[in-house]
Design a protein around this ligand. Structure first.
Ligand code: MSP
Length: 497
């Protein structure tokens, strides 16, 4: 089964911050979970390189837009390795393969009569690259997101007949209550739709940094349409000589932040309908990671937390685990270095790391370094059976924090199991060696099962542990009836304090 997941593509007017990392990790967890389930996965991320914000930033830095884009795209690409992202391609909207396809698709939309020439006048935010509706305009014509003055702009543009898709979008929202997840984001999009759609600019004349409009050379496409199309265009050229569109489209999940909901939940499906392409299955909306002061973390507000620094101190797994434990996926929440440190110690070192360390240790000491091939404890088996299925079901609804919590409850149960059965006491009494063998084999299998389930969240340490257990297969996800009867290796502490 094919599975296609994407992130929003980041503006290259600045450099990556934790918010970008968060979104990419979210998509990565979904991708890795699907791969473990045997799906044919394509995971896409990339950069959004055209438009006014980038052109303005380049001007301010005294370089060309392309030079700025190249330099900053490189930094977004470089985020992949330290974050352990398993993306299958990195799209850049300045790629030739992207722009030829943007032109092709939008020409088709034009030819089908969904585009007309008109004059636009309105309040424009250069940072959002968006004309604002009345509801989106703050006191004194300011941007509600950036707090800056909006500029009054008027220009002759080609318009996309968004309003003509009102009915079809209403039907989409009615038929597919999980089109936008979570629910509060669906409600927000549905109420925007209920407010009535007006046509939107498809092109800009005053800007040159963009994909040229094929039917009128003086225009470039409005950056949002250029950008949204990346989700489709990338499939056309990600693999040389191969078109992956039929294999992966429609996307299963577009993972995005709440600030760009309107573009993804309204404009995007309408554009796809106009281009006679299928709409995606789900738009997954996450909240914002907030600074310590509870304010939005964003390039323009200047309160960003550098993901590279966090990774350098703690490693990718610690960051990945922290983000979904600390902030409930879908909601906003503050993050801090102090918070990372606390969770590292309490949950990773003391709970999971300790469970792994003591299990391997006891197998070495009391079972000659091998997992006994004996029937496993039915009670533990009852608790752990179906864990993979429960996690899958939650991740299919993109409930990343709930799924992680489900796994974490089992990590805690296994630690309790150790305390309750105290293998060190059993080891002192030879008559109890069958019981000891069962406890150790059950513990080993339990540790293996939670570790396989944790792998999408913490790919590095879990792989080390599975190797030490001699059971690296990520597809083997269910609790067995019997201990696997093989040797275990040594492992340095997973999360040394
Ligand atoms: N270029 C557009 C997206 C085009 S998608 C066709 C854009 N870029 S962005 O760089 O500003 O944001 C990229 C993603 O990061 C967005 O989904 C945005 O919501 C997310 N985040 C930006 N700051 C964030 C936080 N502080 N916290 C969580 N996510 C945040 O929008």
């Amino acid at each position: 089964m094919a599975y296609y997941v994407t992130t929003a593509i980041s503006y290259v007017n600045s450099v990556p911050h934790l918010g970008h990392a968060y979104e990419a990790i979210m998509a990565d967890v979904l991708a890795r979970n699907q791969r473990a389930r045997g799906a044919d996965v394509f995971f896409l991320t990339g950069t959004d390189e055209h438009g006014e914000p980038v052109a303005d930033a380049a001007l301010a830095a005294g370089v060309t837009p392309k030079e700025l884009a190249d330099a900053n795209a490189a930094r977004f690409i470089a985020l992949g390795e330290p974050l352990e992202l398993s993306n299958d391609f990195f799209v850049r909207t300045t790629d030739e393969g992207h722009s030829v396809r943007v032109k092709e698709i939008l020409q088709r939309v034009y030819d089908a009569g969904h585009v007309y020439l008109g004059t636009y006048e309105g309040w424009f935010c250069p940072r959002c690259a968006d004309f604002k509706t009345e509801a989106e305009t703050g006191p004194g014509n300011t941007c509600l997101i950036h707090g800056i003055d909006l500029s009054r702009e008027s220009e002759q543009n080609y318009f996309f007949r968004l309003s003509a898709f009102q009915g079809r979008l209403e039907a989409l929202f009615e038929e597919r209550p999980d089109f936008v997840l979570p629910r509060h984001a669906y409600n927000e999009a549905a109420s925007f739709l209920a407010g009535g759609l007006t046509d939107v600019s498809l092109t800009r004349k005053t800007l040159t940094w963009g994909v040229g409009v094929p039917w009128d050379e003086g225009h470039v496409f409005y950056v949002w349409f250029d950008a949204l199309l990346n989700y489709v265009t990338a499939l056309g050229y990600a693999r040389e000589g191969e078109d992956l569109t039929d294999r992966y489209w429609p996307a299963d999940f577009h993972v995005i932040g709440k600030d760009i909901l309107k573009f993804h939940a309204i404009y995007w499906p309408a554009l796809l309908m106009a281009a006679e392409l299928e709409v995606p299955r789900h738009i997954l909306v996450h909240g914002f990671l907030l600074g310590p002061d509870g304010e939005k973390m964003s390039k323009s507000l200047g309160n960003v937390l550098d993901p590279f620094a966090v990774i350098e101190e703690f490693g990718a797994d610690v960051l990945r685990h922290y983000l979904f434990r600390e902030v409930t996926a879908g909601q906003d929440g503050p993050v801090s270095l102090a918070g990372v440190r606390t969770r590292f110690e309490t949950e990773l070192a003391n709970e999971y790391g300790n469970l792994a360390g003591r299990t391997l240790n006891m197998l070495t000491r009391y079972s000659e370094g091998s997992v006994p091939a004996v029937p496993l404890d039915p009670e533990l088996r009852a608790a752990l059976t179906g864990l993979a299925a429960r996690v899958d079901e939650l991740l299919d609804r993109a409930e990343l924090s709930t799924a992680l919590d489900e796994i974490w409850q089992q990590v805690r149960r296994l630690n309790r199991y150790v305390e309750e059965h105290a293998p060190w006491r059993l080891a002192r009494d030879e008559t109890r060696s069958p019981e000891l063998a069962q406890v150790l084999a059950s513990l080993a299998e339990g540790l293996r099962v939670v570790t396989v389930a944790l792998h999408p969240y913490m790919p590095v340490k879990t792989a080390l542990l599975l190797d030490a257990l001699g059971r690296p297969d990520l597809g083997d996800r269910e609790f067995a009836a019997e201990g696997w009867g093989g040797p275990v290796g040594e492992l340095a502490p997973l999360f040394p304090k």
